[in-house]
Write a protein that binds this ligand. Structure first.
Ligand code: FES
Ligand SMILES: [Fe+2]
Length: 445
């Protein structure tokens, strides 16, 4: 159980909050490139974005340079997200002041001829990078850190698909689902094993695992008490969850916390997901998922179409939610799924997070043994917040040499032999490194 002060410290993200200061040390995904695809969204690549409780306007100018500026016009505060994209920048519709992607004021056209007012005006602009199908921004002070060499950032564009979704709750509880290996046996339980040819999201919990034709539904359902091991790693934490099926068969799942806001998990034999939880403000967050293939290029059109069926544009709000009880069907809950909310595991996770409240009241929780990764992560988070308060550098953040060391990480879901944790971890890592060796883009760890 935590004190209210501690809970505020780890969950609040606004400017000037201890947690907000920590998160501003890391690059944040702020939009999908899809949202700026003029063929898809029309001819005006200008968009309001809200991140870490701050409002910005993100745009591409006529030379296709990216700009991220504070959203309120420095003249008298009108909304630059309605700006006119012209003359080498974004022009405020109120009195025509013009700003370039660096925040320089280029014109104040209503001022007297020869006015030098422009020279004294500077709108705050933030560094922007395009990586892995998303637009990333750095909202901190000083020089931004280097990008880590995670799989989703080193794989070629053809092998990464990015998507996002809006959840109505604090970012931290959304992240914590990703480092909770026990919940899959309950929240994502299916009472029937997979029908041939079924292709819905989260199939890894239902199809046969690597190297085995054992239905994963059955493994998850019947072996609901995993042994969980948590180790510190350069990127954050590495989790190993073992489900002992027999003396000679163990389900091994290796997942990761990537500090501070992401987790990396296996999706299938060939694909891994690195998922960042980016606070809009204290009460909602976007998950940005980067699906990275070690095998064939990803079929982006198909993946996009499948996921857009479940989401409403322009906000990427899930069609299932509080308003329609997440599709809850009591008959289904009796016979087919543990939740009664359909087969899409994303909806299950969304319900779990949102139902904890806008910010989970951690003064009322009771953690168990299965929550050990969550406990380890919160300790790391509190320590990192303190490091930043004392003027130090938090983990997994720094110069190019350090970023080079933040690789992979290993993710694996497979049926291995019996044996010790170390042997099974080695078994999982072996499969991971073999598929990396086969990958056309030469991923290495
Ligand atoms: S408020 Fe923007 S130009 Fe006046
Ligand atoms: Fe889940």
């Amino acid at each position: 159980m935590m004190s209210r002060e501690q809970n505020d410290r780890i969950s609040r993200v606004g400017p000037g909050t201890p947690g907000g200061r920590l998160l501003r040390h890391y690059w944040q995904p702020v939009a999908l490139l899809d949202e700026f695809d003029t063929a898809r969204v029309g001819p005006r690549p200008v968009k309001a974005v809200r991140v870490l409780g701050q409002d910005f306007v993100l745009f591409r100018d006529e030379q296709d340079r990216w700009g991220l500026l504070d959203r309120d016009c420095p003249h008298r505060g009108a909304d630059l997200a309605y700006g006119r994209r012209e003359d080498g920048g974004l022009r405020c519709p109120f009195h025509g002041w013009l700003f370039d992607v660096d925040g320089r004021c280029l014109e104040t056209p209503a001022e007297p001829e020869g006015s030098r007012l422009c020279d004294r005006i500077r709108q705050r602009a933030y560094p922007v990078r395009v990586m892995a199908g998303a637009v990333w921004a750095w909202l901190g002070e000083g020089e931004p850190p280097a990008f880590p060499a995670l799989d989703c950032f080193v794989a070629p564009d053809s092998h990464v698909f990015a998507f996002k979704g809006l959840w109505d709750c604090n970012w931290l509880q959304s992240l914590e689902v990703g480092i909770d290996p026990a919940h899959a046996s309950f929240l994502h339980r299916f009472f029937e094993d997979e029908q041939p040819g079924e292709q819905s999201y989260g199939r890894q919990f239902r199809s046969a695992s690597s190297d085995s034709d054992l239905p994963m539904t059955k493994v998850m359902r019947e072996h609901y008490r995993p042994e969980i091991f948590v180790e510190p790693a350069p990127h954050g934490l590495q989790l190993t969850a073992l489900r002992r099926i027999s003396d000679t068969a163990t389900h091994v799942r290796i997942t990761n916390q990537v500090f501070p806001q992401a987790f990396a998990i296996p999706l299938s034999d060939e694909m891994t997901i690195t998922q960042f939880h980016v606070p809009v403000d204290d009460y909602s967050n976007y998950w940005f998922a980067f699906f990275t293939s070690f095998g064939a290029p990803v079929d982006k059109a198909l993946m996009r179409e499948q996921r857009l069926k479940m989401h409403e544009l322009p906000e990427y709000r899930p069609r299932a939610g509080r308003d329609n009880q997440y599709g809850f069907d009591p008959r289904e809950q009796l016979t087919q799924t543990y939740t009664g909310m359909g087969a899409d595991i994303n909806v299950h996770d969304q319900w779990a997070c949102e139902s904890q409240g806008p910010i989970q009241d951690r003064t009322r929780e009771h953690l168990g043994t299965t929550d050990k990764a969550i406990m380890a992560y919160r300790r790391m988070l509190l320590k990192a917040i303190e490091t930043v308060e004392q003027g130090g550098m938090p983990p997994a953040c720094g110069d190019a040499a350090q970023a080079e060391g933040l690789r992979g990480p290993v993710t694996m879901d497979a049926i291995g032999p019996g044996g010790s944790v170390e042997a099974l971890r080695e078994f999982g890592r072996g499969i991971d490194s073999r598929r990396r060796a086969r990958a056309s883009w030469g991923a290495r760890l």
